[in-house]
Design a protein around this ligand. Structure first.
Ligand SMILES: Cc1ncc(COP(=O)(O)O)c(C=O)c1O
Length: 391
């Protein structure tokens, strides 16, 4: 016997890409521009901190996060968003992916206004949002995040019948894959809507530190300025992109005291806390901004490159933040196959990040290109891509 609720899940994006491309010969030296795995160096002292605290591998780690790590995160939130938040309102995560999933397990009610709850997700989106909805028995509602809505989902356009059933709305800002950033007005409108219809906002802000000039405003910052219910917004952050440490598996969720209490309680039973030496390293990494500035500078150079190489392609969007290009093509799969077989450059068809909803798939006519490799490689890859797909 197997559960039905995951039967309709499409294969994950990367196995799907392998099935599309791996039986075909690459047309040149292989260049990966698919996965958003940061490649810039992380601070070299991270490994020293881990070694210094290696004895901690002998202990079960603090489930909620060590007091020192929670203090370092709280200080970062204060510096970054000017929001004072007690460490009891922060939970250390093993990377944001599991947190985005487990927070729904802890906080999604069984019913909302007497009906099956709805979880809103942008479309295209980071795939864990849909699996979280399936796991808690909620209906996932995929809301287009396209050019027409500034590449962010317009939840305010949904009817009251839908909104009254909404338990959780996921928003990704800066957005993967489009690189769009929610401004204060976007957050204000959404928070007002959430107050009216009594749902929570899960703000996936893991790309918040990779921006061009202006630091993106945060959801918790706006909610605090508005004096919204403190349980309304949870923010999710990570060292994966900010500090080039996707393998450290360190992030956090912060929000209202009752939400965090419930997340902590569930995780006391079923969570996988970060090993103690890694919590020590994470604590130091949150406290340092010098490496983050250097990281941003390297991405800024690649954004400039992308603008130079692709700027005149019709429909090209220069990303405001994050590290992806979301490029218009006639068909994402056809373009990925052509690029692979003619040049060896590997990109992701947009439809692997989106779902059919309301009669169409908003990712179908896009490819996602990750700008994570060193600058010269990115330059080479983008030039080949330009010549192959856009002439
Ligand atoms: C939008 C988005 N959210 C969350 C994550 C998860 O990152 P991590 O678990 O490494 O913090 C990713 C990773 O690619 C992402 O793109």
């Amino acid at each position: 016997m197997f559960p039905e609720r995951f039967s309709n899940l499409p294969a994950y994006a990367f196995p799907r890409l392998r099935a599309l491309l791996d039986h075909l010969e690459p047309g040149g030296p292989v260049m990966h521009m698919t996965i958003g795995e940061p490649k810039h160096v992380f601070p070299q002292w991270v490994t020293d901190v881990i070694s210094e605290h290696a004895a901690g591998f002998n202990q079960y780690p603090a489930n909620d996060g060590t007091p020192e790590l929670l203090d370092a995160i709280s200080a970062w939130i204060k510096r970054r968003y000017n929001v004072g938040i007690a460490s009891a309102q922060i939970m250390a995560l093993n990377g944001t992916r599991e947190g985005l999933y487990n927070a729904a397990m802890a906080l999604c009610p069984e019913t909302k206004n007497g009906a099956q709850p709805i979880i809103l997700t942008p479309n295209p989106f980071y795939q864990v949002y849909a699996v979280a909805a399936a796991s808690v028995g909620a209906e996932a509602r995929f809301v287009p995040a396209t050019e027409a809505s500034g590449h962010l989902p317009d939840f305010t356009a949904l009817g009251a019948d839908v909104l009254d059933r909404v338990a959780i709305a996921y928003v990704c800002s800066p957005a993967n894959p489009q690189g769009a950033v929610a401004d204060a007005a976007y957050w204000r409108d959404l928070i007002t809507l959430a107050e009216k219809h009594d749902f929570k906002i899960f703000a996936d802000e893991c790309y918040s530190e990779i921006y061009r000039d202006t630091p993106p405003v945060g959801a918790l910052q706006v909610a605090t300025e508005m004096g919204a219910d403190p349980e309304r917004v949870l923010i999710f952050h990570s060292l994966s992109k900010r500090s080039n440490l996707p393998g450290l598996r360190s992030g956090f969720v912060a929000g209202g005291p009752e939400s965090i209490r419930r997340i902590r309680q569930l995780r006391a039973y079923s969570g996988a806390p970060l090993p103690l030496p890694l919590q020590r390293a994470a604590e130091k990494v949150w406290a340092d901004e010098a490496h983050v500035e250097e990281n941003r500078r390297l991405y800024a150079e690649k954004f400039t490159l992308a603008d130079e190489i692709l700027g005149d392609v019709p429909g090209y969007m220069s990303p405001q933040a994050g590290f992806f290009l979301w490029l218009p093509v006639d068909n994402g799969e056809t373009a990925a196959v052509k690029l692979w077989t003619e040049t060896g450059v590997r990109v992701l068809p947009g439809a692997y990040l989106s779902r059919d909803a309301e009669g169409y798939n908003p990712g179908e006519r896009f490819i996602r290109v990750a700008l994570v490799a060193p600058k010269t490689e990115v330059q080479d890859g983008l030039k080949k891509l330009r010549a192959c797909l856009y002439g």
